[in-house]
Design a protein around this ligand. Structure first.
Ligand SMILES: [Zn+2]
Length: 125
């Protein structure tokens, strides 16, 4: 079974595929069968845009000013040469710059949850 590692945050995911060799030939012809596959995870694969509510995944850079689980709203997405930074306004009214792996789209209360709580914990750990 192939493993994918998120190229943005490093989360490791076990991929369930049919024939492993065929899957590599079809989807990753440039890799050897069994190679780890670089692929954005469930949280990093969603495009983030201005106005979206996001949740902080890791806040190690912020010295306690911002905590994991805090919510904010994307004020601005700064993109240049294919790379993006996200300016987010937090509940305290201040704005901070985040990199993609530090935030995820907030799950709306009405949205159907397709990931179990255990998986969420593993993926956000
Ligand atoms: Zn990720």
């Amino acid at each position: 079974m192939p493993y994918a590692m998120c190229n943005l945050c490093g989360t490791l995911t076990h991929l369930s595929v049919g024939d492993v060799h065929d899957w590599y030939e079809t989807n990753h012809p440039d890799l050897e069968t069994g190679d780890i596959v670089p692929h954005p995870c469930y949280f990093c694969g969603v495009d983030l845009s201005t106005g979206m509510t996001v949740v902080v995944r890791t806040a190690e850079r912020f010295n306690g000013d911002i905590k994991k689980g805090d919510e904010g709203s994307i004020k601005r997405v700064i993109t240049s040469n294919g790379f993006s930074l996200f300016e987010v306004t937090m509940a305290n009214g201040k704005s901070y710059f985040f990199v993609r792996s530090e935030i995820r789209k907030a799950v709306q209360a009405t949205a159907r949850c397709v990931v179990s709580k255990n998986e969420m914990a593993e993926r956000s750990a």
